[in-house]
Design a protein around this ligand. Structure first.
Ligand code: PGA
Length: 251
């Protein structure tokens, strides 16, 4: 069965005390959200442990925003998958477009990161999506296919149970420009087909595929009503507990 998920990506926002307050506000309002909608917050590394204390015993799960491509050792400034687990993470985002764009994250690196994350028991939210230039050149299907295949085709159907895909058109992230529900739906259906081509219809049908890119309370309902959109990865609107929960109430 496909899971509905609403995940907040805090990016590089909030101090630790602010993050704790935000997590508390999300927990306080989460009771309104039906139990078949999974709530996740992805926080900066520094916030993971204290936010994990806030989330303990609640239905809200914790995610990192990134994870190292090495197990351990002399990799100054990196944070390993087993550290994330010990901080209380159940998930990690991987391949967010900001990581690809500003920090040179490649599909090859993402294969390593995904392997290590899964081996350490983390679930992975893998982000894919085209930029504006690629969209305008009509390459969005091709880009999403390549990004999905280059990473996920290295894994097994069993692994896919612990992977969520987030389709995030880069031109819609933080820009206030949302993909229309039709634009998002056609890519979601296509990505599901790319998954089906390798792993079969059942695995593809069970796969959660999230939409990200200026998703907010005013457009979430229309997006989530699409048959292949199983929730959202929320940036800006996740910094308000009210908006975040409102989005989670949009199924
Ligand atoms: P946005 O970010 O909701 O602020 O557009 C989404 C994301 O980057 O995950």
């Amino acid at each position: 069965m496909r899971k509905n998920i609403v995940a907040g990506n805090w990016k590089m926002n909030t101090t630790i005390p602010e993050g704790i307050e935000l997590a508390k506000a999300v927990v306080a309002k989460s009771a309104e959200v039906p139990s078949d909608v999974k709530l996740i917050v992805a926080t900066p590394f520094t916030h993971l442990y204290p936010v994990a204390q806030v989330l303990e015993g609640t239905a809200v799960s914790l995610s990192a925003e990134n994870c190292a491509d090495k197990e351990k050792g002399a990799y100054t400034g990196e944070v390993a998958a087993n550290m994330l687990v010990s901080a209380g993470c159940e998930y990690t985002l991987l391949g967010h477009s900001e990581r690809r764009q500003y920090y040179g994250e490649t599909d090859a690196k993402l294969v390593e990161k995904t392997k290590i994350a899964l081996a350490n028991g983390l679930k992975v939210i893998l982000c894919v999506g085209e930029n504006l230039e690629e969209r305008e050149a009509d390459k969005h299907f091709e880009v999403c296919k390549t990004q999905t295949e280059s990473v996920l085709y290295n894994f097994t159907a069993e692994d896919m149970k612990n992977i969520v895909i987030a389709y995030e058109p880069v031109w819609a992230i933080g820009t206030g420009k949302t993909a229309t529900a039709e634009q998002a739906q056609e890519i979601h259906a296509y990505i599901r087909k790319v998954v089906a081509d390798k792993f079969g219809a059942q695995v593809a049908d069970d796969m959660t595929i999230l939409y990200g890119g200026s998703c907010k309370p005013s457009n979430a309902k229309e997006l989530f009503a699409q048959p292949d959109i199983d929730g959202g990865l929320i940036g800006g609107a996740a910094l308000s507990a009210d908006d975040f929960i409102q989005i989670a109430l949009s199924f």
